[in-house]
Design a protein around this ligand. Structure first.
Ligand SMILES: [Zn+2]
Length: 375
């Protein structure tokens, strides 16, 4: 049986490329993980997600524990079988979404009690319960249960929260146990404070994980502050393990994170934006609902090989998006996920070739051109 492992195959400056091996297949890094919140990447069939180039999906513990419940998914053969995706799945711990979505939260040393945002039912999440839920789901990469304060926050609050998360990281490790082929990732906290980040990294290294996330970013601090942390935080984590930046981001966030040594990312942006008529292209964001596209027979991006660009005009996408037809969500999501995966592939190739600087300059120069001129 394949064990979980990570091979770093090339570096270029701080940027890295490699392969994560799992029993369910390989994940090429840097990797972008589409978000399948409720056991579906909205508007996409699993086979279509794979066709965009995705090696791995993310599932949300908080949503799945409430509906349809981890126990039901387990009885039905696990999340892979349930949603018909046989490749790797990473699940978050539920901690972040409890804090952002649930009602009447109460945080103690033991864990978090809350009421469901769906039906008001009472639930408790602890490190032990989060590990149990992620095991029932059959997740390949399990995230430690942590707590993440929104930024900006007082240093004392960030320090106390980070130390609580490190105690929970140890409890997560103990509860996870020994599960060959499955990985447990620890999550570094510490806000924007270098010494707290170092303390957190040291605690996680002491416990020992299969991978490490830089947590507590993309929570309202802005790109400059995020890059400021990424200038040093990945270097505080073990070099021979994957590094995951949670919940990021826009294309230029992703490129900047990879430049700074991040290997994995996830974000709802390409799928969510697709459903609201926003397309990510090499030349920046296009709002397909704008009137300028109504008579435009050209594709969204003539260089894109996705079904939306091969088979449909901007005028058609404009029409179905404005008319709120279901195919608009399908085509726009497909295009956006395809764009994100092409972005990752471009970076992997550039890092392997030792030409990341040139690739990045071209990325920014093409975006600076802006969208093609109206017809
Ligand atoms: Zn396309």
């Amino acid at each position: 049986m394949t064990r979980f492992s990570f091979d770093l195959t090339a570096t270029d400056g701080a940027a890295r490329t490699g392969v994560i091996h799992t029993p369910r297949g390989e994940v090429r890094t840097p990797a972008f993980m589409p978000v399948g919140t409720a056991a579906t990447v909205k508007a996409m069939l699993p086979g279509s997600v794979r066709e965009t180039g995705a090696d791995i999906l993310l599932g949300n513990t908080y949503h799945l524990m409430l509906r349809p419940t981890a126990e039901r998914i387990d009885r039905l053969g696990g999340l892979h079988r349930f949603m018909n995706w046989d490749r790797p799945i990473l699940t978050d711990s539920g901690g972040f979404q409890v804090m952002s979505l649930a009602e009447l939260r109460k945080l103690t040393e033991e864990g978090v009690t809350f009421r469901s945002h769906i039906d008001g039912s009472r639930h408790t999440l602890t490190p032990e319960r989060s590990m149990e839920i992620q095991r029932l789901l059959g997740s390949d990469i399990v995230m430690a249960f942590d707590e993440c304060p929104a930024l900006p926050a007082e240093r004392d609050r960030i320090a106390a929260s980070m130390r609580l998360s490190m105690r929970w990281a140890q409890r997560s490790r103990d509860a996870f146990g020994d599960r060959p082929g499955h990985a447990l990732f620890g999550i570094q906290q510490g806000g924007l404070e270098p010494d707290l980040r170092a303390e957190s990294a040291e605690a996680l290294r002491g416990i020992g994980f299969d991978g490490y996330a830089v947590g507590g970013l993309a929570v309202g601090e802005g790109q400059e502050a995020m890059f400021g942390v990424l200038d040093y935080a990945p270097g505080q984590l073990p070099e021979d393990k994957p590094r995951y930046l949670m919940g990021v981001g826009k294309p230029d966030d992703i490129v900047g994170a990879v430049r700074r040594g991040i290997d994995m990312m996830d974000c709802v942006l390409p799928s969510r934006s697709g459903r609201t008529g926003q397309a990510f292209t090499r030349r920046g964001v296009v709002n397909i609902r704008n009137a300028r596209h109504a008579d435009d027979p050209r594709p969204l991006d003539e260089a894109c090989a996705c079904p939306a660009c091969r088979g449909y005009s901007r005028a058609y996408l404009h029409h179905v998006s404005r008319a709120k037809e279901i195919i608009a969500s399908m085509l726009m999501t497909w295009h956006n996920l395809h764009y994100y995966q092409e972005l990752m592939a471009g970076m992997r190739d550039a890092i392997a070739a030792g030409s990341f600087d040139a690739w990045e300059a071209e990325f920014h120069a093409t975006r600076a051109l802006g969208d093609i001129d109206p017809i």
